[in-house]
Design a protein around this ligand. Structure first.
Ligand SMILES: Cc1cc2nc3c(=O)[nH]c(=O)nc-3n(C[C@H](O)[C@H](O)[C@H](O)COP(=O)(O)O)c2cc1C
Length: 227
């Protein structure tokens, strides 16, 4: 047997082992990104009506929120509306996008990926009680089926915005939040922007990525009583 043949045997075993490892890994990675249904970008409730109807809600039913509704809300928050530059529904300082949106439901926590309009699973398991605890205060009742967590990542702005990075990120979060609240209203759902969310508790309970800070928690569901 030529020398190269002697060397190639362990190489074959190693390659086979690597393939058997990477195939399930790749499958797992792909499974973690779930495309969302296409959002509806025309029609719906008129903007002036959504503005007139939007109200903070603190009493929810546990009626499920559909994937189509989640898709619509994510798109309203940060969806890409100009594919060449990747510009979105909400303005952002220097188009650097320092806000990250997480969706928590009974199945786990996922991050919205605007570029591909998909949800990337961050954690499996029922984190809803922990998220509700962040989003609800004693005046709130019911079990909203979804909690949105809006986070800022000022590091995304640091190089170009310097000392203004946090300010710009917070302003962007405000734009994104209003889009969410108006879209929720237009879908016949309800929410409340909870700015009193405890940053440290949110990081610990939901194990947020390093440097990502929760600024708003928003329960989303059907209002208990029609207003
Ligand atoms: C920055 C900010 C922080 C808020 N934080 C909370 C909060 O921690 N808990 C809560 O129940 N509502 C919170 N809200 C909702 C306000 O209480 C609500 O917007 C206000 O009472 C006006 O009512 P409306 O939203 O129905 O117009 C917050 C609103 C803003 C803008």
């Amino acid at each position: 047997m030529p020398r190269s043949g002697v060397r190639s045997l362990p190489l074959c075993v190693a390659t086979a082992a690597l393939i058997s490892l990477t195939v399930p890994l790749r499958a797992a990675c792909q499974a973690a990104v779930r495309p969302l249904p296409k959002p509806v970008t025309t029609g719906g409730m008129a903007l002036n009506e959504a503005l007139a109807r939007r109200r903070s809600c603190r009493a929810f039913t546990d009626t499920p929120v559909t994937l189509q509704q989640i898709s619509q809300v994510c798109w309203a928050a940060q969806g890409v509306t100009e594919p060449v530059k990747g510009l979105r529904t909400a303005p952002a300082a220097m188009a650097l996008y320092a806000v990250r949106l997480f969706v928590v439901d009974r199945t786990g926590m996922a991050e919205y990926l605007p570029k591909v309009h998909a949800l990337r699973t961050v954690r499996d398991g029922d984190l809803l009680p922990a998220a509700r605890a962040l989003a609800l205060n004693p005046a709130t009742s019911g079990e909203p089926p979804v909690v949105l967590l809006l986070c800022i990542d000022p590091a995304a702005l640091q190089a170009r915005a310097g000392a203004k990075a946090e300010r710009f990120a917070l302003l962007e979060a405000g734009h994104v939040t209003q889009n969410i609240l108006l879209q929720v209203t237009a879908l016949g759902l309800a929410s409340v922007p909870v700015g009193g969310v405890d940053e440290a508790k949110a990081s610990e309970a939901l194990r947020l990525p390093e440097g990502v800070r929760a600024v708003y928690a928003m329960p989303v569901g059907k209002a208990r009583t029609e207003r």
